[in-house]
Design a binder for this molecule. Sequence first.
Ligand code: SF4
Length: 215
Amino acid sequence: MRHVTTASSVSLLNAKDYEIDIPEGLSKQEQLDCFASQIADCTLCPLHTGRTQVVFGVGNPDADLMFIGEAPGRDEDQQGEPFVGRAGQLLTKIIEAMGFSRAEAYIANINKCRPPNNRAPTPDEMAKCMPFLEKQIEIIQPKVICLLGATAVRGLLQVKQGITKLRGTFMEWRGILVMPTFHPAYLLRNPAGKRDVWEDVQRVRDKVREMQEQE
Ligand code: SF4
């Protein structure tokens, strides 16, 4: 584990033994690249033992729209990119149906390493990894975040209500609008949920466009 301590280090909440050094004056992409390289060998939580690689995130560093899921699955672990399996292909279709391209958005997960047997990350594993996601969001500064599934909602918003109750209504996280909706993997098992997701992401699309027009 690399432990960098300099005057410009950023101390990460819940990761007291881990500091990330991102020099000033870098572009957002450079900041993300620098950040990713520093957590590539992270061992803060037990998930590091079963991973092929840390799956940092992918997309536009200036994205107005960010999608956050749970954790990498097998395909993501092997390819090093979030949402590339069947659920990822469905997410790409959803993004395109909204009128955006996948490359326009930024996609990440609550946890950056694959849990064994694709189980959900534990609360402790989420708490260990959350500061990394928080820092990513801080760099990207999206206008709207779409949270995919119950684990992502619990991880970011720290709420106990289920996704069925929360979906469809904007919430707020540190001044950023957040829309919870079902995870694409859930939709593969329950296609009837697609109608709800379509309603949710249309609200997201309208909000992003509205905010872009106000700029
Ligand atoms: S899941 Fe996050 S906290 Fe855990 S080892 Fe991977 S990068 Fe580190």
